[in-house]
Design a protein around this ligand. Structure first.
Ligand SMILES: [Zn+2]
Length: 366
């Protein structure tokens, strides 16, 4: 392999990446959403249309989160073939951004089709994209925490009744405010007992760090999704940095985008940078690709341009993503070697370097 001349933008698109925090329906393209609405004669309200794309939201000045969009998207996914189409498109978009490994959440309690049918269709689509693009996709059924803990338990029972090798673990998402992860301990305990990996959205929306603490200390989670306010507790932050607990962090997170709409403030105020400075094991991910109007390439570009990470930090973060994934250990070791070589070769071909001011620069090494 020879290094060829590339721009920074091409570099962000080409180096290999793992995305571990990706909601399937957050990856529904606008045209697909409109196609599905038409197919099922679903009349979109103005709010539904406007909360979909951040590009629209910028016009109106109202930034909406992904939850409203995800809720109505589940209404539009009515046949197994809809899931097949969406997964193929998700894979195409990810592949075009250098993503080589993707772990995808979906909420079985929200689908209009049985758990077994959705899993089967998604698995068929996964085999197709692995053959066509070499992209490896795996699945994480996720609890909708706005529903009851009993419904969450039913989800895990379904997973046990219809096991599939592509289903690696469980997650939890939606509004956390009145539903901390410990409410769902039975579902988590059963999943753990059955050998599934565990992750959870904790301490998002500026919520207290104890949600991360209970998730890790009581539920024995393997990973944390978000977890930003952990930095308000330096003792726990140091502990989890030492333990290497992976935190999937979202540069396009709605809560902080609303709080500091001006990206110039991010280097100073955004917790992602503070988490890295404290030595936490961070993995930047896209969360809701089309709803956040972002991509994997953009996610890493923001890490450099808005947060000030240098390219060696980006390399470390790429490796964090592989190591934090739930892929088999031997494959992870192979990817760490291969992707690092690829990253270095692409970096050699760069015809421009990121412009990061001295004050903003962060060197993240673990
Ligand atoms: Zn999420």
């Amino acid at each position: 392999m020879n290094s060829t001349s590339i721009t920074l933008n091409q570099f962000y698109h080409r180096f290999p990446k793992a995305d571990l925090h990706y909601h399937l329906l957050g990856g529904v393209r606008l045209e697909t959403m409109l196609f599905l609405a038409d197919k099922y004669s679903f009349e979109l309200t103005e709010l539904e249309a406007k909360c979909y794309y951040r590009a629209y939201q910028h016009e109106t000045g109202i930034v909406k989160g992904g939850i409203e969009a995800l809720t109505f998207l589940y209404e539009l996914m009515r046949e197994p073939e809809d899931y097949f189409r969406v997964l193929i498109e998700v894979a195409q978009d990810a592949h075009a951004c250098g993503v080589r490994y993707l772990e995808i959440f979906w909420n079985p309690s929200d689908t209009k089709i049985s758990y077994q049918s959705v899993t089967k269709l998604l698995a068929t689509a996964i085999e197709h994209v692995e053959q066509e693009m070499g992209l490896v996709v795996r699945l994480i059924p996720s609890i909708n925490r706005e529903k009851s803990p009993e419904i969450a338990l039913e989800m895990v029972e379904q997973m046990i009744a219809f096991p599939h090798p592509y289903v690696l673990g469980i997650g939890i998402d939606y509004k956390e405010h009145n539903a901390p992860v410990e409410h769902f301990w039975k579902a988590y305990a059963l999943a753990k007992e059955q050998g599934y990996k565990l992750t959870a959205h904790c301490s998002e929306f500026g919520l207290h760090w104890r949600n991360v603490e209970t998730g890790l200390e009581l539920l024995n989670l393997d990973r944390i999704d978000h977890g930003y306010t952990i930095i308000d507790n330096p003792q726990l932050t140091a502990k989890y940095a030492h333990q290497g607990i992976p935190f999937t962090v979202i540069p396009s997170n709605t809560y902080y985008l609303k709080k500091w709409p001006n990206h110039n403030e991010w280097a100073e105020k955004h917790p992602i940078r503070a988490m890295a400075k404290a030595g936490l094991n961070i993995v930047p991910c896209t969360d809701d690709w089309h709803i956040h109007n972002t991509t994997s390439a953009n996610c890493y570009r923001v890490m450099v341009e808005d947060f000030g990470f240098d390219l060696s930090s980006l390399r470390q973060i790429m490796i964090n993503g592989i190591a934090a994934s739930w892929a088999p250990e031997n494959l992870k070791q192979q990817w760490i070697k291969e992707w690092s070589l690829e990253f270095d070769l692409l970096r050699k071909g760069l015809i421009e370097q990121p412009q990061i001011s001295k004050e903003q620069l962060i060197k993240y090494r673990r």
